[in-house]
Design a protein around this ligand. Structure first.
Ligand code: 7RM
Length: 630
């Protein structure tokens, strides 16, 4: 583990001067079924990246068998939605048995190495257990956030031709009981590939079970053994697929493979959180996102850490819940998103009274740029000016944290993710692809050299992976983010430079939302942009052209409901403006930059609009906008 600034400098230097040697040394910490001799083969044009190609391993063997001396240590503490419901605690030994039983149930259902399994679950222990069970038997998991609609779920099921869906009867979320199984049933009306639905009982809600297809997990569990041998995996075999939004089309299935992901999540977990044995760590993300994969499940468990999984929401029963959980378990490392910090800040300081938070040593932020005000509030009120804030920049595609302070080693600076971790070689490029060598200038953030957990492909469509990440700037991985560097070499991430909106830390593609809006029968055409939002970071603004109608229609709610149905509640537009037309170039492209300005209350400095086909529409949109906001 990196313990000082000298360590960091030495590590960074060797990781850049001799990356193969650097990562090969780190690979020695793991159990290999076959030790790898080839470390790295790569080419960013195809792209084609292979780490430890001739090695064989199983990631769960590196969680359970490797940590066997610590089998009575706590692995997962599960905190339920209701504060007075009993929590569940799993030692490594207990978790291992749970994972093995689950693996055997999947095997009995005919799931084999390489098969895809969709996990559509709330934050219950089985979410982690089922992921690990897939990994144990070599099946490829694809977790779908349980807030996504039936349509989004079936798109993902079909895209990866999943054989099995794992779900639950329902979800306790704040004061609500949410239907989960019903969404799966709906989704499966348009999916032919799924043979079985393995259902976990959580809420006890009445659900319909289709004979021959749907199976209760608790019935199956009693019929199987609680040991399952690890499947031998090649380093580059698929570990999981996770769908994420981009600037065009439907979400892409980002592919991560076994060995590189394993190395890099453990490496970043231990260094960024400076986790020591006995510590209690809590990441508040949902396992449906990459943060949950890498920093609730894989990173912490590989390290043998004690990780908390929380079923509920930050504001239930009230806005003190997070801080009460921190005190209840004496959390040492706490990792959350700026949107949660801003939301809790807005409830007022009275919700902090009665929580000492004195166990905290490191607090973290992820998912979107953290504004200075939120940073200061977090630092003063949660860290009590005594905990480094690790502002961690990374992506679904990067698998693990890329740029972050190391607590008590690298200084924290509000709004800066600071320095790259060992193995990460960032570069800023201007729009023509020239390297920006001066400091304090905004550029496109790219990475020069592969790191172990870089995405390998987008499932079923390698060309799309190449076009999205490796074609804008030849020879580099393009992140889609803008950034600048200060005189200390610290990076500040400025947000997306493409058509991706970051709403409460969730990535949403404008094209996806437009497609959904256009499904509303009253809609002719739409354009969606992000705008600054106090709590969510960015909100969604839809400019919509509607059909002539004599009826009085509540377009706002009708369109939001359409989006809810097609994507899910997280993509519902915050604002909708009915407009007579959209500003388009002669080639038919919507000039979003104008709409972005208007949605942010700016009505001039639109830049060059000489290519606009219909400049007069801009004034009309502005007039409508001003009426809407009065
Ligand atoms: C981990 C995660 C990725 C996008 C990324 C950025 C933004 C994430 C930060 C951040 C500023 C941060 N994966 N982002 N972390 N921006 N500072 N510390 O969020 O695939 O869902 O999103 O999120 O724009 O490209 S993600």
């Amino acid at each position: 583990m990196i313990k000082s600034i000298d360590d960091y400098n030495n590590h960074y230097k060797s990781s850049v001067e001799n990356p193969k040697k650097y990562w090969k040394e780190y690979a020695n910490n793991f159990i290999w079924k076959k030790y790898p001799n080839k470390v790295l083969a790569w080419n960013f044009n195809e792209p084609d990246v292979k780490w430890f190609e001739d090695g064989k391993l199983n990631i769960t063997e590196n969680i359970f068998e490797r940590n066997e001396n610590n089998k009575d240590d706590i692995a997962i503490i599960w905190e339920p939605n209701e504060p007075d419901e009993k929590n569940k605690i799993f030692t490594y030994d207990q978790l291992f048995k749970e994972v093995c039983s689950f693996s055997n149930v999947l095997k009995k259902m005919g799931v084999k190495k390489g098969d895809r399994v969709i996990i559509y679950l709330p934050m219950i222990p089985e979410a982690a257990i089922s992921m690990l069970a897939c990994a144990r038997i070599g099946a490829v998991h694809s977790v779908v956030f349980a807030g996504f609609s039936a349509k989004s779920l079936s798109d993902r099921i079909n895209d990866c031709s999943a054989k099995v869906v794992i779900t639950s009867d329902g979800n306790f979320r704040g004061s609500k009981v949410v239907d989960v199984k019903g969404v799966v049933d709906d989704a499966l009306k348009s999916s032919q590939c799924v043979e079985n639905v393995l259902t976990i009982k959580r809420t006890g809600s009445d659900v319909s079970m289709e004979r021959g297809r749907d199976v209760w997990y608790h019935n199956q569990k009693n019929l199987v053994d609680d040991y399952c041998p690890p499947e031998e995996m090649h380093s580059e075999d698929l570990l999981f697929i996770l769908y994420t939004s981009g600037s065009t089309g439907k979400p892409k299935g980002v592919v991560h493979t076994c060995a590189g992901y394993m190395l890099y999540t453990q490496f970043t977990f231990e260094n960024v959180f400076q986790y020591s044995k006995g510590d209690t760590y809590w990441c508040t993300a949902d396992v449906g996102w990459i943060t949950g994969h890498s920093y609730i499940v894989y990173g912490p468990l590989l390290k043998g850490a004690k990780t908390i999984m929380f079923e509920g929401v930050p504001t239930y029963p009230d806005a003190s819940r997070f801080w009460k959980i921190v005190d209840k378990y004496n959390v040492n490392q706490f990792y959350t998103a700026p949107t949660a910090i801003r939301a809790l800040q807005s409830f007022g300081k009275q919700y902090l009274e009665g929580s000492s938070l004195k166990s905290l040593k490191v607090i973290g932020s992820v998912g979107e740029p953290i504004n200075e005000e939120a940073w200061n509030w977090y630092n003063d009120n949660i860290g009590k000016n005594n905990c480094p804030i690790v502002d961690t920049w990374w992506q679904t595609e990067t698998g693990g944290i890329m740029i972050s302070p190391l607590p008590n080693i690298i200084d924290c600076k509000p709004t800066y993710a600071t320095l790259p971790l060992p193995g990460i070689q960032p570069i800023l490029l201007d729009n023509e692809g020239n390297e920006i060598l001066e400091n304090n200038i905004e550029g496109n953030l790219c990475i020069k050299y592969p790191w172990p957990s870089i995405l390998r492909t987008t499932y079923g469509d390698h060309k799309r992976c190449k076009e999205t990440y490796f074609s804008t700037f030849k020879g580099y991985y393009f992140t889609g983010d803008g950034a600048k560097r200060d005189d200390n070499g610290f990076y500040r991430i400025l947000g997306r430079v493409d058509d991706v909106i970051n709403v409460s830390g969730h990535r949403i593609g404008t094209a996806e939302v437009e497609d959904a809006i256009n499904q509303n029968i009253e809609v002719i055409e739409s354009a969606v942009v992000g705008f600054p939002h106090e709590i969510k970071g960015q909100g969604i603004f839809g400019f919509v052209i509607i059909k002539d109608s004599s009826e009085k229609i509540d377009y706002f709610n009708s369109i939001r409901e359409t989006v809810n149905k097609h994507i899910g509640p997280i993509a519902k537009p915050d604002q909708i403006l009915i407009v007579p037309g959209l500003p388009k170039t002669r080639s038919g492209k919507i000039m979003r930059r104008i709409l972005r300005k208007i949605a942010s209350d700016e009505f001039d400095n639109f830049g060059d609009i000489s290519t606009l086909l219909n400049p007069e529409v801009v004034e009309e949109i502005i007039t409508n906008y001003k009426t809407l906001n009065n």
